[in-house]
Design a protein around this ligand. Structure first.
Ligand SMILES: [Mg+2]
Length: 264
């Protein structure tokens, strides 16, 4: 059960796993070189809804890692792909957040202020009261209420800043309607990663640093889960929680050492 040898594909989180901010974490380039060498599919699965796939690909390239944009699943891209399964092309949607607006347009939807079938909400640092009011009216009129990711806050230089989860909470409070959320820990994002990698959940692992998103979501999706302690979760925190990953490593270097043992 806890063996790494049957894992045929890896979905990996970004911050706290591959890099911390703008610094690569130890073992990053070697980890990807190993996966490429053994033809193991890998996707980057991030709840970030503001950056493009290309910007993550460029960032990894600066760290010596080649990962094409198509192998990068942001919360905005996953939301647009999910909505393509629910609504026909051209469907009118009211969207908050430039990241998800860009993704919806690229997916063939029509951004609109009126007569919309869905309200789609992603992180927006230019959010205004008028945006919240328009979204509230549409949700009350029966438009689907979709969120890219549930993160309530995120760190910035001055402390913690409100995240997309806080925007969703404002709309949920105003309407009494809870959003359908695409990002981790909810299933659509993991399903998209498995689909892109062409493997079933039982033969794929989710590697992440955050228990309540990466690990819980991976478990719920039926994947193997690997926690690394190079991000937000310490060994002491892990011991206190009832979310149990299948394996725990200090970071990518240790995971890679263990992987090499299985492929000798
Ligand atoms: Mg992380």
């Amino acid at each position: 059960m806890n063996s790494l040898s049957s894992i045929r594909a890896f979905a990996v989180d970004g911050d706290g796993v591959l890099y911390r901010g703008n610094e690569p974490l130890p073992g990053l380039a070697d980890f990807f070189a190993f996966l490429h060498q053994h033809a193991v599919p890998v996707t980057l699965v991030t709840n970030n809804a503001t950056q493009t796939q290309q910007s993550f690909s460029d960032k990894l390239a600066r760290f010596g890692v080649t990962l094409p944009p198509d192998a990068i699943i942001t919360a905005s891209i996953a939301t647009a792909e999910y909505l393509q399964k629910q609504f026909p092309p051209g469907t009118r949607m009211f969207a908050i957040g430039n990241g998800v607006r860009h993704a919806l347009e690229a997916a063939g939807f029509t951004l609109a202020e009126r007569d919309v079938a869905a309200v789609v909400v992603g992180m927006d640092t230019s959010l205004t009261y008028a945006h919240l009011r328009t979204a509230t009216v549409h949700i009350n009129n029966g438009a689907a209420f979709i969120g890219t990711n549930p993160d309530k806050s995120f760190p910035f230089e001055g402390g913690l800043a409100p995240g997309n989860g806080a925007i969703l909470a404002a709309l949920a409070a105003a309407t009494g309607v809870e959003p359908f959320i695409v990002g981790k820990p909810y299933p659509p994002m993991f399903e998209l990663a498995l689909q892109k990698m062409g493997v079933d959940a039982a033969h794929a692992a989710m590697v992440g640093d955050r228990l309540e998103t990466d690990i819980l979501g991976g478990k719920n999706a039926g994947m193997r889960t690997i926690a690394v302690l190079s991000g937000v979760t310490s060994a002491a925190m892990l011991a206190e929680r009832d979310i149990r990953p299948d394996r725990v490593f200090d970071g990518l270097e240790d995971l890679l050492t263990a992987l090499r043992e299985t492929r000798k």
